[in-house]
Design a binder for this molecule. Structure first.
Ligand code: DC
Length: 222
């Protein structure tokens, strides 16, 4: 079986997850959404009254069963794909993602998931830390105003009432936390191709990414 690993990093709201989902459906790559894993750990911690900023409170990780399959996330066998997208998780996940023990555990899962086959993994530190030898690295970005507009639209579609100003403030706060944490902060890998999606439609970004994959694989996807 042919192996080819694509690492996609970028800030919150840059479209990583949606783009990766569509590209994986069209190309047969397996999508691994690492943000979903951090979100699932956050859900478990909140449900079990774990003190989120206490490094020593994460012993439960040794027994936690996390599976990401076909764009669904399973926590100890339970499908938590919708729950991990709620605001309470979004607002707390950065605190959990700072914990060294959590990051070590996630790296184990992430590397295990990318061991063989056609893999498309998205996150914040995939090209820099998790899979530094990925065959293709892409950094997806967009202006914070555009990302806030997209997030606001998503919220409205899901019936969540927020203002543009609030969403923009949240995006700025999350950018700061993701790129200033001590371990594996968000940064663009030196050897990544940067795709600024501010003025592009989802379809245009999808096409560009598929083009990059095809070129990287010498047009030999199958
Ligand atoms: O992409 P997302 O919004 O689902 O990610 C949720 C959080 O998880 C994000 O605030 C940062 C963190 N994260 C991380 O630290 N490293 C990753 N590889 C993926 C996500």
């Amino acid at each position: 079986m042919r192996n080819f690993v694509v690492a996609i990093d970028g800030p919150a709201g840059s479209g990583k997850s949606s783009i990766s989902t569509i590209v994986s459906q069209r190309t047969g790559f397996t999508h691994v959404d690492t943000g979903a894993m951090f979100r699932a750990v956050t859900l478990y911690a909140l449900e079990n009254n774990i003190k989120l900023d206490d490094e020593n409170a994460y012993g439960f990780l040794d027994d936690l069963k996390l599976i990401f399959k076909n764009d669904h996330t399973y926590l100890n066998g339970r499908d938590v794909s919708n729950e991990i997208r709620t605001d309470i998780i979004t607002n707390n996940v950065s605190t959990v993602a700072k914990i060294a023990r959590v990051r070590e555990k996630m790296i184990e899962y992430e590397r295990e998931s990318a061991k063989e086959g056609l893999i498309l993994m998205d996150g914040r530190d995939i090209g820099t830390v998790v899979l530094p030898n990925a065959d293709l690295k892409v950094f997806l970005t967009a202006s914070k105003e555009e990302r806030a507009k997209r997030r606001l639209k998503e919220n409205l579609e899901r019936g969540i009432e927020t203002t543009y100003e609030q969403v923009l403030e949240d995006i700025i706060a999350r950018d700061y936390k993701d790129s200033h944490r001590a371990i594996a902060p968000l940064r663009c890998p030196e050897d990544a191709i940067v795709l600024d999606t501010t003025d592009l439609t989802i379809e245009q970004v999808v096409e560009k990414l598929i083009e990059l994959i095809d070129r990287g694989m010498g047009n030999g996807r199958i």
